[in-house]
Design a binder for this molecule. Structure first.
Ligand code: DP6
Length: 325
């Protein structure tokens, strides 16, 4: 009763921002992402009759408290699907993601956990079923089941049966790349979970955000299918700015941006004026990700590394979906 799975993180180009059901993790809008090959989690789950509770090791360190509880609650779902409520597990994960710096470690983490634990209990899930299960660990993780571009369809059913991700185009469809800029590796003040709840509950801009999504999705899907970089880049950047605008309208207001975040955003806009095509996106943290094409990789890397406040630049291609060992 053991399995090992590897999942890559994904970065949303059209963001998931807002839940309609917090316990089932059902979103208020569809989102669309690119899976990255540079960041991943590899997890082994070993269920054993000799264990009296779950134990979780991340990068060989024992994890306790809230992160362990999140893993245990998720495994409870898997155990109940398999009818093995009394079986506990040892979970060992290795993360190649700067945790809690806005690099969506929860996405690769829960996708790998869902895949390894469901396989260890012989659940035989197809990708759709696996994505639906993964969603209940962390929403954005449901997109990491797939390589390339994936869309999380919000669904309309109350129980979440139709809320899962589907692949829009595989990692081989188009060689677009993403640079992840590390500006700060500090833990963020407002988690994405808390931030989106505060926005849904209090921000007058939230309704405008939700209403703008269908048009953004239509544009980005056309852009992906015709490999139109300008179209995809422009809508990615605009969608990110809209998401972050909602947080400024919340009570109390907040922003994920640091001083260096804004400097990088402006630098990317000036790069475009110089004829270097690059577009940014930002998640629930200060770090910036930059979408670019391979022919501009060297120049973009040099420009980004030279910016003030940039501690590291990690380049990624489109990554694969879940793989098993
Ligand atoms: C800004 O998936 O971390 O990265 O579902 O509460 O676990 P929970 O939230 P999470 O939120 C990610 C938000 C985002 C945008 C995105 O990835 O779509």
């Amino acid at each position: 009763m053991q399995a090992t799975a590897k999942a890559h993180t994904n970065i949303a180009l059209i963001k998931y921002w807002g839940k309609r059901n917090e316990s089932l993790i059902l979103p208020t809008n569809n989102s669309l992402s690119l899976t990255l090959d540079g960041f991943y989690t590899e997890t082994t789950v070993h269920f054993s009759e000799y264990l009296e509770k779950d134990r979780f090791f991340l990068d060989n360190k024992k994890v306790v408290g809230v992160p362990l509880n999140r893993v245990t609650s998720f495994l409870d779902l898997v155990r109940s699907l398999a009818g093995k409520e009394n079986l506990f597990a040892e979970i060992r994960s290795v993360n190649k993601v700067p945790t809690a710096a806005g690099f969506a470690s929860s996405a690769s983490g829960f996708a790998a956990l869902a895949a390894a634990s469901s396989r260890a209990l012989n659940l035989n899930l197809n990708e759709q079923e696996l994505s639906r299960l993964t969603r209940q660990g962390s929403g954005s993780a449901c997109r990491s089941v797939y390589g390339g571009f994936a869309e999380w369809q919000q669904g309309s059913q109350l129980d979440g049966a139709d809320s899962y991700a589907v692949q829009i185009a595989s990692e081989d469809h188009w060689d677009v790349r993403m640079a992840a800029l590390v500006l700060s590796a500090e833990e963020k003040d407002v988690s994405s979970r808390e931030g989106m709840k505060r926005t849904v509950d209090t921000s007058p801009f939230f309704e405008g955000w939700v209403n703008s999504i269908p048009a953004d999705l239509k544009t980005i899907k056309e852009g992906i299918s015709s490999r139109d970089f300008t179209k995809v880049g422009e809508v990615t950047e605009a969608n990110c700015l809209k998401m972050h605008a909602t947080t400024l309208g919340a009570t109390p207001p907040f922003t994920y941006w640091h001083h260096s975040t804004l400097l990088v955003m402006q630098a990317i806009q000036s790069m475009r004026k110089k004829g270097i095509p690059a577009y940014f996106t930002i998640d629930a943290g200060p770090n910036v990700k930059v979408l670019y094409l391979p022919e501009f990789e060297d120049i973009i890397k040099n420009e980004l590394q030279a910016l003030p406040g940039v501690k590291d630049v990690v380049l990624s291609r489109a990554g694969k979906g879940i793989t098993y060992k």
